[in-house]
Design a protein around this ligand. Structure first.
Ligand SMILES: [Zn+2]
Length: 288
């Protein structure tokens, strides 16, 4: 049986990162699984609150579990950005492998206290579940934004990262290191790239020795991603790039088959479009 903790330790040992891709339907699940299978690398499926609500918490859990079991493959499921303990409990009971418990909008002390309580409550449901905590400001939705937010004030410091990891008992830390959710229009067009604070990642890694997740990886400079992984990032989240590919593939299918109504003849265009993006990111994260 495959366990996320082991896959994470293996990736860390080899200086690689696990790709985390958000899904909202079976097209995305199929595309991400096919790309991980093709490269034979572990992969994390992510479902945020909105995505879980659309698919059903237990339904997406059953789908990912069925792939892991049928193909004996290291595919795992993460409850992305969970803002309440009740929703986190739902995901833990449904069998999710990890939960991003995100109270980063709260003052630091409150974030520490409530994250610690959540870690205890969720490990009581499943001792093997991994809990990720979040500090700092990395913006909001994985969408196309008009304007760049000012995130410099929200960078995580090594001191608060160490204190947060030690006082909460989290397994994984999501720091703010120049990353942000969503993409600017210029990033979708490939004209600009996100840049990361590599030195800060290294300092946070040295201070905490914890597995680190990079949220908002879409549209990031490739060389920065390589350096970030070398500096201690173990999981990289990609969502917006997949959403853009999903939409483009769907548009292509509808345009090429204007009179078609059979979903399984139209949707493979979207699967292929998403798969190409997932493949490119997984190759980079796994040095393949
Ligand atoms: Zn995120």
């Amino acid at each position: 049986m495959h366990h996320l903790r082991e896959a994470l330790e293996q990736s860390q040992k080899n200086g690689l990162a696990i790709g985390h891709f958000n899904v909202a339907d079976m097209v995305l699940v199929k595309a991400v699984f096919a790309s991980a299978q093709e490269l034979n690398v572990p992969v994390l499926i992510g479902a945020s609150g909105g995505e879980r609500e659309f698919m059903g918490v237990r339904q997406i859990a059953a789908m990912v579990r069925s792939l892991r079991e049928e193909f004996d493959f290291p595919i795992f499921l993460n409850a992305d950005h969970t803002h309440s303990l009740a929703k986190a409990v739902d995901a833990a009971k449904a069998g999710f492998d990890s939960i991003v418990f995100d109270l980063s909008a709260l003052p630091f002390e409150q974030n520490v206290r409530q994250t610690k309580e959540a870690v205890e409550a969720l490990k009581a449901i499943n001792p093997d579940i991994l809990i990720e905590g979040e500090i700092g400001d990395i913006g909001t939705g994985s969408e196309i934004h008009e304007e760049a937010p000012d995130l410099t004030k929200g960078l995580t410091t090594p001191e608060e990262a160490k204190q947060f990891v030690e006082s909460t008992g989290i397994d994984i830390l999501a720091p703010a290191v120049g990353n942000m959710h969503g993409m600017l229009k210029s990033m979708v067009q490939g004209e600009t790239k996100k840049r990361l604070n590599i030195a800060r990642i290294g300092q946070i890694k040295s201070a905490t020795r914890a597995p680190l997740t990079l949220h908002g990886g879409s549209g990031t400079d490739d060389e920065d991603l390589r350096k970030a992984i070398a500096a201690g990032i173990n999981i990289v989240h990609i969502n917006t790039e997949l959403r853009v590919a999903w939409r483009r593939g769907l548009d292509e299918g509808l345009t090429k088959l204007p009179n078609e109504v059979v979903p399984y003849k139209i949707l493979p265009f979207a699967v292929e479009s998403v798969k190409q993006v997932a493949l490119s990111r997984l190759r980079l994260f796994n040095n393949k």
